[in-house]
Design a protein around this ligand. Structure first.
Ligand code: NI
Length: 387
């Protein structure tokens, strides 16, 4: 789809959008603060979904609830001059983090916090629906708003897709807040935005024995250490350095006593990659190394490789549209081209199996205060959720 043929907001429409947005600003701040103080965990967004459905219904949109478990879908029909359907995706879930910001609209749910900004995303999605439904000039094409649950657990998009939300969609857009970009600016990324993220579960099976007589045993701890070392070295020597692979073993357990040779070691890890071909080849590549190392020292193994979400690959033409629209709306000094992707993961990629799309970064950084990373324990306790 050549970018220039796609319908841009006209200058008249843009000024209307800005006028309506300015009038709605106090209401949108109120919505965001309400959402922030009432966070819900992944897959349990019942109150949030009901609230979202209420706002969307009040805009006159056709609303469907309980899509993808606790998701909400709303349709805004255009004039029919353009039959294409554009989807706008928003995620609604919060993180298991205790909020200690002291803000007047801080979380009222102990141990749960909107520390990844999905309260902002939900507000932006609602604001977009409110503004576009109030435009004097009707839209030529059709819009579908997707409010998905459970992005943090990388399950929500698959639930939504399974319930058919991508039927007839021609393109899909989304955003994620980004604290290192100042508020009032956006970050645009061409190509890969986030990584494929898979789970790895390896058990090395040796034979137990006395710590003083290693030759009579098969030391699963030592062999597991060889597996880890070989995998890390093999990434640097056999994977294309221009197509990054990150393999992190984050948990390892095995052994019973200081003087007993361990018969089993289990290792759990995460595998990140950006290039779809690399991602496709990784399970067999990892298993070959695990198998070879174990075989060399007489151990057996089991390995489970669980596919998580694929890499978000932003469509070039749609990304150009976002960049041009942001420049027109805000000025080119507020539009950053991001030179690097993130090795975090984002289940927006699951929608991209069904239609081209693009996701951009919305700046939310303070100029005069510290900016903590998303999902940071600096906000409170716990601390996970880096996508
Ligand atoms: Ni997030």
């Amino acid at each position: 789809m050549p970018a220039l043929l796609f319908t841009y907001p006209t200058l008249f429409m843009l000024s209307q959008i800005k006028d309506i947005a300015a009038k709605l600003a106090p209401r949108l701040i109120e919505i965001r603060r309400h959402l922030h103080s009432h966070p819900e965990l992944s897959g349990q967004e019942y109150q949030t979904a009901a609230y979202v459905a209420g706002v969307l219904s009040s805009c006159g949109l056709r609303v469907q609830e309980l899509v993808g478990k606790t998701g909400v879908v709303a349709e805004l029909a255009g004039t029919g001059t353009d039959s294409r359907l554009l989807a706008v995706r928003t995620d609604m879930d919060a993180l298991p983090i205790q909020e200690r910001t002291g803000l007047e609209f801080a979380s009222m749910q102990p141990g749960i916090m909107h520390a990844c900004g999905h309260d902002v995303h939900t507000t932006v999605g609602l604001g977009t629906a409110m503004i576009l439904s109030q435009l004097g000039e009707p839209l030529p094409g059709n819009l579908r708003f997707l409010f998905q649950p459970a992005e943090e657990t990388a399950l929500g998009a698959s639930w939504m897709v399974r319930d058919g939300v991508m039927a007839d969609v021609n393109s899909i857009f989304s955003l994620h807040v980004f604290p290192t970009i100042p508020a009032g600016s956006v970050g645009i990324r061409y190509g890969a935005l986030t990584a494929a993220a898979d789970d790895l579960d390896i058990t090395v099976i040796g034979e137990s024995g006395h710590g003083a007589r290693p030759h009579e045993a098969i030391d699963a701890i030592w062999i597991a250490s060889q597996v880890i070392t070989t995998l890390q070295q093999a990434i640097s020597r056999t994977q294309n350095p221009l197509r990054p692979v990150v393999l992190t073993i984050g948990k390892i357990e095995g052994g019973r006593a200081p003087n007993v040779i361990a018969d089993q070691v289990r290792m759990l890890g995460t595998v990140r990659s950006l290039h779809p071909e690399t991602s496709a080849a990784l399970p067999a590549w990892i298993e070959q190394i695990v198998s070879n190392v174990c075989q060399t020292y007489g151990a057996k193994y089991t390995m489970h490789y669980r596919r998580g979400v694929p890499s978000v690959q932003n469509d070039m033409a749609l990304t150009q549209i976002i960049e041009a629209a942001a420049q027109e709306a805000w000025g080119s000094d507020r539009v950053q081209i991001l030179l690097e992707p993130s090795l975090g993961a984002e289940d927006f990629s699951l929608y991209l199996d069904h239609a081209p799309g693009t996701m951009f970064r919305l700046g939310v950084g303070f100029a005069d205060k510290p900016n903590y990373p998303l999902g940071s324990r600096e906000w409170g306790g716990g601390g996970w959720g880096d996508d």
